[in-house]
Design a protein around this ligand. Structure first.
Ligand code: BGC
Length: 795
């Protein structure tokens, strides 16, 4: 069997993008989803009828529901009046038939031109049906899984009157101190681009006019994930080559896939705030990529430009608008200071027209003029079908980090038949709120915890003790308030400051009665993950590490399940715990999915989308590092004396350079072997590569075999290294992957195409190109792949 894979453009776009060398340089291409027949004529004829105030009204968005940022309470609440006067074009955080229809009736019936509102919402990992968080979905290396999550969330949002989702977040995140890594696809631009396309496809379904399609807002443009020191909202500063080659790639992919809208980011890029950045918003996005949707600011970001010290209110609003920012989310500036500047000639009305055109185009494309309202439907039910979807996706996202044999028992996982009594402990074991992860629209009450899932399987064989809360001392009381409004929702962590020593002692007694102990540890979804949740310590919070150490000290075999939205520092655990499963924030079927893997009903297949550090001081840590003149590779430098001949190499004196668990890593209950990869041609003329556009010029082939005794799925990964470029290139870059299912003893041949898309880089003139060189190529089951071949590009 031959599998040939390329996670690139669907046929529709390939057909549209024939002139390949132009594509290579980013020649704009129209978005077919926003170019339906007659659409522009309708936009133009409406635009002609609009007054300046009505136009500006389309560019204003308010949150008329719950707040997802600061300052919402300060603003006015007479939204009915604003809508009736045509002074608002969009709301966010207004959800459900009743609320959305209320405002929509006013817009359609009371305004002069009957222009519908567009409602937007953060549908981040499903809507009512809560799937694993995006970082976990990336760990599946399965684009169709992302499509399922997006599609399901989009359909549910649309049924709630919301045709526009603030998703996907495609920011490259290489620093887990940044809490929003949870919403990302991790550290890699290739994986990030493939997943970005899949999310867009899932939401928009290639056709915005379908009744179940929703428009995406790809966020946060741009380079928000590179916040200096991982501190949220902080500045970013990088070369234009890195900006384009690493950080912008997933946005570019999303635009090529037909993304209807983008959201600008809070950060500045090389000194210019992204919300008022003509280089990113106009030069790159519109002129080079041909984006013809609209750009909304992030929450309050236009007004926050004042804090960036680039002017007063009227100035910053003008700067944002002139830079290409079409809609002001919650800034309350476009609506108040733009009109006067148009009248005084400071802002050409043509700029307003262009922004309004872009907004109306999306409203028309979504069919909002024809179908502005939503039929009230039945209340959401977490049906068996929805649960099955959430469980299937979660099953694929779990990463088995370690499964070392234990004396007298062998490998602890899968557990089937190995233990009669199981002790389950830890603050994530029975925690509905935190298992679903940050930014969940769904109800935590629908979540299946690990305790519930294990008790379904083990009945009386399951012993349970929480052991400790996610936080200790007064912090635990605060967390309880944040999560549960102060109600005592768990055995540990009510309104009393908990006594962790006592509860840990009780957990140790529980562990002693069992054959095996499972510890479910992690992070608080509300408190430590997502926006405004940067951390400088990446260890377990509160007394969790103490609990882990105490249980390990009992001598019972321990399985650690980590439920967290970011790579945590697991060094002690990796040295002392034989089996570790990275479960992220696995969503409402998380407990079942973890149990599926623990018991071997599902053979784990997830791979790390983000390197796990040995110590936080290594961050930002990623596999695609640039080479140095003094490489430390291949030498264990952790214990060398400082006067050693190896002193003057690029390393830390107190820790190894390598990741604790690297990008692409993930074990299975079976083993896979790889043949030496081959290339279909050993050398290719440069001219041919430059002219190839999206077509491959070479295929890299490899045989993968399941050499174990159970069926399994391997994520086969191809990495390349450009060894002789005019600008130095990373030591390895992922350029292809495929999920391959193999029965015991079965072998499959996998082929990866290589062409301009995979081989290009940005030269000193910041142009995407390929040069004569040799590419080293590795294929294997992680970024440590050793099976190697090469390809030459010749003059
Ligand atoms: C976040 C965005 C989000 C917006 C609207 C902001 O604070 O950065 O990701 O879409 O709020 O809720």
């Amino acid at each position: 069997m031959v599998i040939c894979l390329r996670h690139a453009l669907p046929a529709l776009f390939i057909a549209a993008l024939i002139s390949s060398s132009l594509i290579a340089q980013g020649r704009p291409t129209p978005n077919p989803q926003l170019a339906a027949k007659g659409l522009n004529t309708r936009v133009e004829s409406l635009l002609k009828k609009m007054t300046l105030e009505e136009k500006i009204g389309q560019m204003v968005q308010f949150s008329a529901g719950f707040a997802t940022g600061p300052g919402a309470a300060e603003k006015n609440t007479h939204f009915d009046d604003l809508v009736a006067k045509g002074e608002v074009g969009s709301f966010l955080n207004v959800v459900g038939a009743e609320a959305t229809n209320h405002y929509q009736h006013i817009a359609m019936e009371k305004t002069r031109l009957h222009i519908p509102l567009i409602f937007g919402l953060d549908v981040i990992h499903g809507d009512h049906t809560v799937f694993p968080v995006p970082l976990a979905v990336a760990a599946s290396f399965d684009p169709p899984a992302a499509e399922i999550v997006a599609h399901t969330g989009g359909v549910e949002a649309r049924a709630d009157g919301v045709p526009w989702v603030f998703s996907p977040m495609v920011d490259i995140a290489r620093d887990p101190r940044w809490g929003r890594i949870i919403e990302s696809n991790g550290e890699d631009p290739y994986l990030g681009s493939v997943m970005a396309r899949a999310w867009v496809r899932g939401y928009q379904q290639g056709d915005l006019s379908k009744p179940n399609s929703v428009a995406v807002s790809v966020k946060h443009f741009a380079a928000y994930g590179a916040a200096i020191a991982g501190r949220d909202y902080n500045a970013t500063d990088m070369s234009e080559i890195t900006l384009r080659q690493v950080y912008l790639e997933p946005y570019r992919a999303a635009v090529e896939e037909g993304a209807a809208t983008m959201m600008s980011s809070f950060n500045s890029i090389n000194g210019v705030p992204a919300t008022a950045n003509p280089f990113t918003l106009t030069q790159i996005l519109r002129k080079e990529w041909g984006f013809d949707g609209f750009v909304v600011s992030d929450w309050g970001a236009v007004k926050e430009l004042i804090n960036h010290s680039i002017g007063d209110g009227p100035t910053v609003a003008r700067k944002a608008l002139m830079a290409g920012l079409d809609m002001d989310m919650e800034g309350n500036l476009y609506g108040t200071v733009i009109a006067q500047q148009v009248r005084s000639g400071k802002i050409p009305e043509s700029v307003i027209d262009e922004a309004v055109r872009r907004i109306l185009r999306v409203k028309f494309a979504l069919g909002l003029f024809e179908h502005p309202y939503v039929e009230p439907g039945p209340a959401y039910e977490p049906t068996a079908e929805k649960r099955a979807l959430a469980r299937k996706v979660a099953d694929e996202t779990l990463v088995l980090l370690k499964n070392d044999p234990v004396e007298g028992v062998g490998a602890l996982l899968p557990m089937t038949g190995k233990a009669k009594k199981v002790a389950l402990m830890g603050p994530m074991a029975d925690n509905q709120r935190d298992i679903i992860g940050s930014w969940s629209q769904g109800d935590p009450k629908n979540a299946v915890t690990l305790r519930k899932a294990l008790s379904e399987r083990l009945g009386d064989g399951l012993l349970y003790a929480e052991g400790c809360g996610l936080l200790s001392g007064q912090d635990a009381v605060t967390l309880n308030k944040v999560n549960f409004g102060g109600s005592v929702a768990s055995a540990v962590g009510g309104n009393e400051v908990p006594d962790d020593d006592q509860t840990i002692a009780a957990a140790v007694e529980t562990a002693k009665q069992a054959d095996v102990a499972i510890l479910a540890l992690g992070e608080s979804a509300n408190w430590m993950e997502g926006e405004a949740s940067s951390r400088v310590h990446l260890g377990f919070t509160g007394s969790q590490e103490k609990l882990l150490e105490a249980v390990v000290a009992t001598g019972k075999p321990v399985i650690l399940v980590v439920m967290a939205g970011r790579p945590l520092e697991l060094k002690w655990a990796a040295e002392h715990v034989p089996a570790i499963l990275e479960a992220w924030s696995p969503g409402m079927e998380g407990g079942h999915a973890i149990a599926d893997v623990l018991f071997g009903d599902v053979n784990p297949s997830g791979k790390l989308p983000s390197s796990l550090p040995r110590a936080v001081g290594q961050e930002p840590l990623y596999y695609a590092q640039m080479p140095t003149g003094r490489p430390a590779t291949g030498v264990d430098l952790s214990h060398i004396p400082t006067d050693s001949p190896s002193k003057f190499v690029s390393r830390y004196v107190d820790e190894e350079n390598s990741a604790l668990f690297p990008f692409g890593w993930g074990l299975s209950y079976t083993r896979f072997s790889y043949s030496k990869p081959t290339v279909s041609r050993e050398s290719v003329p440069l001219k041919e590569v430059l002219a190839s556009g999206h077509s491959p010029v070479v295929k890299v082939g490899v045989d993968v075999k399941n050499t174990g005794s159970v069926a399994g799925t391997e994520v086969v990964q191809m990495y390349i290294r450009n060894t002789d470029a005019s600008v130095e290139q990373p030591v390895r870059e992922l350029k292809g992957f495929a999920r391959v299912q193999l029965a015991p003893g079965e072998s499959k041949h996998v082929e990866f195409p290589l062409g301009f898309d995979e081989l290009n880089f940005y030269n000193v003139e910041v142009k995407r190109t390929v040069e004569p060189t040799t590419y080293k190529i590795w294929v294997g089951g992680s970024s440590l792949a050793t099976e190697e071949t090469s390809l030459q590009i010749v003059e």
